[in-house]
Design a protein around this ligand. Structure first.
Ligand SMILES: Nc1nc2c(ncn2[C@@H]2O[C@H](COP(=O)(O)OP(=O)(O)OP(=O)(O)O)[C@@H](O)[C@H]2O)c(=O)[nH]1
Length: 378
């Protein structure tokens, strides 16, 4: 019997040892136990079953007032010509010279000749000079012992010559809620882009909303220049690619102007076309595409006062290509040729509406005949 107890003991021991080994084997094949979830980051939600978050869309905050570039407040146009009258100092030599000659005791032929020379030298033009001298001769004759006041006579005759009767208002308004469109044309380098920028400031000073079209795609810097002008007074600039189609930029600018409901769209153009046909094709197209949407209310021709008769001949080509309605005469500061105002109006048959009297941002003034003649005579 004893041997039976020994056999049973051995069998029980064998079962215990083999069972433990098998269990160890299965354990080795099982998936490793799941790791304990990582502790949530501090401050995060505790719902670890929540789906992963969508990528965050970061909307940049609008710049605060402190960060935004301060917009400039342009000078009201009414005060500009008075402020800038000293800039006509060069032209003042004309007024003062005439006054000195006319005030002589004896107005002999030599004196009248000197008066004529002075007027021609100031670019007034031959015909207007002869007309003015004729009138002055008649009025300065001593009648009944009264000596006419030379300054008064000269002022009246110069005002008449510059023609106060012309409509010098800028047509910057459209009809029925559609913007007015100002198309700015002229030979390159006359100050077109600068004038568009300065005009934007005049519009802002008059509490009008405006949009600029940089259709001078010929010169990349012109677009940049215009963008800077616009930024300073919060006026948007529509631009196209360098060398792109100016007409498409003009079209887009006017379209956006209509969509945004602005008061005025001002379109800058390039003036670098070598022949009249090319110029006619380009400007004609620009005007046509704008007018598919709304009429151009003002075609402003920019003319450099320092270029005299040559500039006038070039400007005439533009007036033959587009129907010019007004002239912006730039660089009248530093020019002793104020008489160009008379010549340009006579030869082109359109009034001077704006005068540029310096490189400062508000050195563009609405032209006023009385203030201009007073500046000449001061
Ligand atoms: N002194 C003076 N300078 C002016 C006046 N108007 C414009 N200018 C200057 O004339 C230069 C030419 O002006 P822009 O506006 O670039 O001329 P632009 O006609 O647009 O020239 P392009 O783009 O090359 O066709 C710039 O240096 C202006 O500052 C003015 O009334 N007086």
């Amino acid at each position: 019997m004893e041997w039976l107890y020994v056999v049973i003991g051995i069998a029980v021991l064998a079962v215990v040892l083999v069972g433990g080994g098998m269990a160890g084997l299965f354990r080795g094949r099982q998936a490793p136990p799941p790791k304990a979830p990582a502790a949530p980051p501090r401050g995060a939600g505790t719902d670890v079953l929540a789906p992963p978050a969508e990528p965050e869309v970061v909307t940049p905050e609008a710049p605060t007032a402190a960060e935004a570039p301060a917009l400039e407040t342009p000078e009201r146009p009414a005060s500009r010509l008075v402020r800038l009258r000293q800039r006509l100092a060069g032209s003042g030599t004309l007024g003062r010279g005439l006054l000195g000659l006319l005030s002589r005791d004896r107005l002999d032929e030599d004196t009248w000749e000197a008066i004529e020379d002075l007027l021609i030298g100031a670019d007034i033009g031959v015909e207007p000079t002869q007309q003015l001298v004729e009138k002055l001769r008649t009025r300065m004759r001593v009648e009944g012992g009264d000596t006419p006041d030379a300054r008064e006579v000269l002022r009246e005759e110069l005002v008449a010559l510059v023609d106060p009767g012309l409509d010098r208002s800028l047509h910057i308004s459209g009809t029925e809620g559609v913007p007015g469109v100002v198309l700015v044309v002229g030979v390159n380098g006359t100050g077109k882009t600068t004038t568009v920028g300065k005009l934007a400031r005049i519009l802002v000073a008059e509490n009008r909303t405006a949009l600029l079209g940089a259709a001078d795609t010929f010169r990349a810097a012109a677009t940049e220049q215009l963008a800077t002008w616009g930024e300073r007074v919060g006026v948007e600039v529509v631009r196209g690619p360098e060398g792109g189609d100016p007409a498409s930029v003009a079209f887009e600018a006017v379209k956006q102007g209509i969509d945004q409901g602005v008061d005025t769209v001002v379109v800058d153009t390039a003036g670098r076309l070598q022949n009249k046909q090319g110029l006619m094709d380009e400007l004609g197209k620009v005007k046509r595409v704008i007018e598919k949407q709304t009429p151009v209310t003002e075609v402003l021709l920019v003319l450099d006062a320092t270029t005299g008769q040559n500039g006038l001949i070039q400007a005439k080509v533009f007036s033959e290509v587009v129907d010019v309605t007004g002239i912006a005469l730039t660089k009248l500061d530093g020019s002793a040729k104020g008489g160009i105002v008379v010549a340009v109006q006579r030869q082109l048959g359109v009034p001077v509406k704006l005068v540029g009297l310096g490189e400062g941002p508000d050195d563009l003034a609405p032209f006023d005949v009385g203030a201009f003649v007073d500046a000449l005579l001061s």
